[in-house]
Design a protein around this ligand. Structure first.
Ligand SMILES: [Zn+2]
Ligand SMILES: [Zn+2]
Length: 80
């Protein structure tokens, strides 16, 4: 079983907002996020997640980052 370093707090991941260069905050795994909120999410966003068929095969954990400054949201693949 693979372990995501971010989910398990093994490693900090610093990612900066491409729009304003503010350090973005890890919102956790996208999959967890959608388990909780999927009934309320927009279809476009769900499609976006479904558009990543490689992640399971590559053992990558998909994290959602949000910028506290400009509310930009970015999805990043974390190698497990
Ligand atoms: Zn993770
Ligand atoms: Zn930003």
């Amino acid at each position: 079983m693979t372990i995501c370093p971010l989910c398990n707090g093994l490693r900090a991941f610093h990612f900066f907002c491409p729009r304003c260069q503010t350090e973005m905050e890890d919102q956790g795994k996208v999959t967890d996020y959608f388990d909780d909120y999927s009934p309320y999410m927009e279809i476009d966003v769900m499609k976006q997640v479904d558009g990543y068929p490689m992640t399971r095969r590559n053992h990558e954990c998909v994290h959602l980052f949000s910028c506290p400054y400009c509310q930009n949201e970015e999805v990043r693949f974390i190698k497990e």
